[in-house]
Design a protein around this ligand. Structure first.
Ligand code: 6GU
Length: 241
């Protein structure tokens, strides 16, 4: 049984999108993973196929109804489907490689894409959804975020990437940004490649790269160096009413 992704969305036509090309696309063609995009509107029961309603308490925008979202989840996940359910929302906890690794090692994922102003929080809690954001900016919907999440997971599935690259995964796993890369020519527009890389001294190259990683991480992402960040809660459990 290969890794299975189901996306619940109001815009199924956006998938597979970029996931159908490149590394992920080849992995899909080779049967290493599969993707099913399901239209949330397909489970709406009224004449107008309504999926949303106005927010209690007032305010702008519309909220996806809990009954509709629950029916979409039920239709997508047969009894015994053990896949975690991830809700893509700017309210979510920031996506980190740790969660990506964990999801990738499991049976797959069901991803719920938010649209409008949000999803009724009761179904999020009742279904034990993991609320995830991909960064501190606002997208018009969860679909692009779902693609980001799936790309990050799929590239870790054994066989999707070459052996060379799979070891390369260590850089972010080690908690540091990567060192800079260079290829030929050794001089380009008057700019020389750092001499140590031309020296053939593997231990010195390794030391230089480690120093570069530490320096760029200190400069751009000092948060990655702090002790505090390393232990954060990952997921909630489905809660009874
Ligand atoms: Cl998961 N959804 C939306 N709509 N915007 C986002 C996001 C998710 N993550 C960052 N911005």
């Amino acid at each position: 049984m290969s890794w299975r992704a189901t996306v619940l969305t109001l815009f199924p036509g956006m998938f597979p999108g970029p996931l159908g090309t490149s590394l992920a696309g080849r992995g899909m063609e080779r049967g290493l993973w599969s993707l099913e995009a399901r239209d949330i509107r397909a489970v709406a029961t009224d004449r107008h196929r309504t999926v949303d309603d106005t927010p209690f308490g007032g305010g702008a925008g519309m909220v996806l109804r809990p009954d509709v979202v629950d029916a979409a989840v039920a239709a997508a996940m047969p009894e015994g489907d053990a896949r975690p359910l991830v809700f893509l929302t700017p309210r979510g906890a920031p996506l980190r490689q740790e969660l990506v690794r964990e999801l990738s090692a499991g049976p797959g994922v069901v991803a719920l894409c938010g649209r409008y102003e949000g999803v009724d929080q009761r179904v999020v809690e009742a279904r034990g959804m993991i609320e995830v954001s991909i960064g501190d900016y606002v997208l018009s919907g969860g679909e692009l975020a779902a693609m980001v999440l799936l790309d990050a997971c799929v590239r870790l599935i054994p066989g999707v990437m070459g052996a060379a690259e799979s070891a390369e995964e260590e850089s972010f796993s080690a908690g540091l940004l990567e060192y800079p890369h260079y290829t030929r020519p050794a001089e380009w527009r008057g700019r020389r490649v750092p001499e140590v890389l031309l020296s053939g001294h593997h231990a010195e190259v390794a030391r230089w790269r480690r120093e570069q990683s530490e320096a760029v991480t200190r400069e751009r992402r000092p948060d990655l160096l702090s002790e505090q960040r390393r232990a954060a809660p990952l997921h909630p459990a489905a809660s009874p009413a």
